[in-house]
Design a binder for this molecule. Structure first.
Ligand code: TXA
Ligand code: MG
Length: 336
């Protein structure tokens, strides 16, 4: 099929909404990463999403709403904690796992009694939802396993000819997928870290648990609280290693290796003699988040066997950057 190129103006939004109402699938911008949207009521549309992405069949999707009126079509319960989180962080990059409404098709939730829901802050995303009148299920608009798309061109690289349309809009401001917190378990559990940090969530949920799979590989037979955490993710074709080291030690390590590239902090860039990309300043996890996925894609253009990435700090937004990197590296960490 030809993928229709749409603008992020009124006509583009209306055209996208018409395609979605007719069970089509459309790439849309969000503040986190580009999403591949489909009606959350239509199993036919949802199955097209899984086919286009090559997504494992047991991995459920996040449903996106434009306003609080839509919520009762998606969830069957909205606790006081959920209300407080929505008040603080919606619209924005926070997804809550809650008991599911019957209207949401089984193909979204993959047999679970819960559904993941978020209200994006990106205006184009919300206008598309509003114009379609549908809650929209939307995973990241990349081929399953590859780095998530933070620009419209990333979506074209992965999915051109496989989706009905794509809205070309600005690059994503956050650059990492939303924070996912489950309120369907007691105590509530952070399943995926993101721009809304564990520290911010703890102001509302003091007993928040950070799921083991955020920083560790699950053992054989261990069941993931969030199915998406089981899979290898975000990986370029080049082999990635995460390196935990002080600045100078990292620099000497990469400089003494052959056929490799480095993804480093900007403070180190000038001292590195192998091909090098900079994540941003060591102290600015927000910048690192924004650059990460584009750099992982870029590392495939450097024609090296291995890319060594300097590990960020694990607090604040840094926890999310670390979480994506350790998956991109298939949990291969070098501690120096
Ligand atoms: O920022 C985002 O969340 C982006 C944009 C497009 O909004 N979407 C996104 O979707 O990242 P996706 O499909 O790439 O990631 C959804 C994650 C997966 O790890 C999945 O397993 C988890 O959310 N998830 C979805 N429904 C769930 C549920 N009911 N219980 C636990 N985890 C769930
Ligand atoms: Mg994804």
């Amino acid at each position: 099929m030809d993928t229709l190129r749409l603008k992020d103006n009124k006509e583009g939004i209306i055209a996208a909404a018409e395609i979605l109402k007719a069970d089509g699938i459309v790439g849309i911008p969000t503040e986190t990463v580009y999403g591949l949207a489909a009606s959350a009521y239509s199993s036919q549309a949802i199955s097209k999403v899984f086919t286009a992405k090559g997504r494992p069949q047991d991995n459920p999707l996040i449903v996106h709403i434009s306003d609080m009126d839509m919520l009762s079509d998606v969830v069957s319960e909205f606790s006081p904690t959920a209300k407080e989180l929505a008040k603080r962080f919606w619209p924005g990059p926070l997804t809550m796992v809650l008991p599911k409404s019957e209207k949401i098709t089984e193909s979204v939730s993959k047999g679970l009694s819960t559904v993941a829901v978020r209200m994006p802050s990106n205006i184009v995303a919300r206008e598309v939802i509003k114009a379609s009148g549908l809650p929209l299920a939307a995973p990241s608009a990349n081929l399953s396993g590859s780095p998530s798309p933070t620009t419209a061109n990333h979506v074209i690289t992965d999915l051109d000819g496989k989706i009905d349309a794509l809205i070309f809009s600005s690059d994503c401001e956050v650059g990492l997928e939303s924070t996912v917190v489950s309120l369907a378990v007691d105590p509530p559990r952070l399943l995926r870290p993101g721009f809304i940090t564990a520290e911010q969530l703890k102001e509302v949920i003091p007993n928040l648990v950070i799921d083991k799979a955020v920083l560790q590989e699950l053992g054989k037979g261990e069941k993931a609280a969030s199915p998406g955490m089981m899979y290898k993710h975000y990986s370029p074709k080049t082999e990635v290693f995460l390196v935990e080291a002080e600045n100078d030690v990292f620099v000497s390590f990469v400089n003494s290796n052959n056929n490799c590239a480095a993804i480093c902090f900007s403070e180190e860039q000038e001292k590195i003699t192998v091909p090098v990309l900079s994540l941003g300043q060591k102290e600015s996890a927000e910048n690192q988040a924004k650059n990460l996925f584009a750099l992982l894609r870029q590392s495939d253009t450097l024609n090296v066997k291995t890319v060594y990435v300097h590990a960020p700090k694990k607090d604040g937004v840094g926890l999310a950057v670390y979480n994506r990197l350790i998956r991109a590296a298939g949990f291969k960490v070098i501690k120096l």
